[in-house]
Design a protein around this ligand. Structure first.
Ligand code: HEC
Length: 270
């Protein structure tokens, strides 16, 4: 009896540890959370009960659209992904958002390519028609697509945040190559990307102050979402599975005790 209780306690402790273990959340290829100092209140989507903060994701999308989108594509995200299940835009907002960008389509019946407004099913229209054009406009450097950047860089979102806030004056004697900017977050401490953020560069509708840290935090949250849009769903499912397994364990222990009780008292056996 006491042994059964001890086994039950051990199994429950193991399941609990599994649910809370950060390694259990890190899937293949996804960097394990590296705690970044900011934001001070922590990321809402970290931990076994993590959820997206849709207001933050929308602010992040605004930062992407108004600054990063001038140079970086987001080729794995379609306008219709930005719905209530994603970052909370309504169908009408999405139609209007898509229609505000034009893309090349075709050929038409005369074999000509033509421009048309984007539709909700289209991917977010990239700033350049091809990589060569992107390089030509950026001193020969290619601004990478940002859809999966949080998974593609060591350090994940902590790197992205540190990169966006890592610009500073180079120390005396530092050799900055031509057209490069000093940034403490990257290898060699110089990057070809000019500092994209400055205080009050955007005006947030919800009144949040647009400091560089705030914009960097919000766009990092948004790009974490584009790289892993099903995170919240997966966490909810994981929690349900853990609760289910815990209940199943308790039921099996009770069943085992019922079966073995007769073996300990052979005279009562049927
Ligand atoms: C004026 C064009 C421009 C804007 C605006 C811009 N970038 Fe970049 N970005 C670049 C270029 C060019 C590179 C490649 C730099 C290099 O190779 O050194 C780059 C590189 C990057 C990288 C990869 C860095 C690395 O070393 O791995 C990230 C991440 C990034 N940008 C994020 C952003 C975000 C987020 C924004 C918006 C807040 C933004 N960028 C705005 C031009 C831009």
């Amino acid at each position: 009896m006491r042994r059964a209780r001890r086994i039950a306690a051990a199994v429950l402790a193991m399941l609990g540890a599994l649910a809370l273990c950060p390694a259990a959340q890190a899937e293949q290829g996804v960097p394990i959370d590296i705690p970044s100092i900011l934001p001070p209140e922590g990321w809402s989507f970290v931990g076994p009960f993590g959820r997206w903060d849709q207001a933050q994701l929308r602010r992040g999308f605004q930062v992407y659209s108004e600054t990063c989108a001038g140079c970086h594509s987001l080729q794995h995200v379609a306008y219709r992904n930005l719905t209530a299940l994603g970052i909370g835009f309504g169908p009408e907002d999405i139609k209007a958002l898509a229609a505000s960008s034009k893309l090349e389509d075709g050929p038409d019946e005369n074999g000509k390519m033509f421009k048309r407004p984007a539709l909700p099913a289209d991917r977010i229209v990239p700033p350049y028609p091809n990589k060569e054009a992107a390089r030509a406009a950026n001193k020969g450097m290619l601004p990478p697509d940002l859809s999966l950047i949080v998974k593609a860089r060591k350090g994940g979102r902590a790197f992205l945040f540190d990169f966006l806030t890592g610009y500073a004056k180079p120390p005396a004697g530092f050799e900055l190559r031509r057209g490069m900017y000093f940034n403490t977050a990257v290898h060699g401490e110089q990057t070809g990307m000019a500092p994209p953020l400055a205080p009050d560069l955007v005006v947030f509708e919800d009144g949040t102050e647009a400091s560089v840290e705030q914009m960097a935090t919000d766009v990092t949250a948004f790009l974490t979402w584009t790289a892993d849009p099903h995170l919240e769903l997966r966490k909810k499912l994981g929690l349900k599975v853990v609760i289910f397994l815990a209940l199943l364990t308790i039921m099996f222990i009770a069943l085992k005790r019922e079966v073995w009780a007769h073996l300990h008292h052979p005279r009562r056996a049927v």
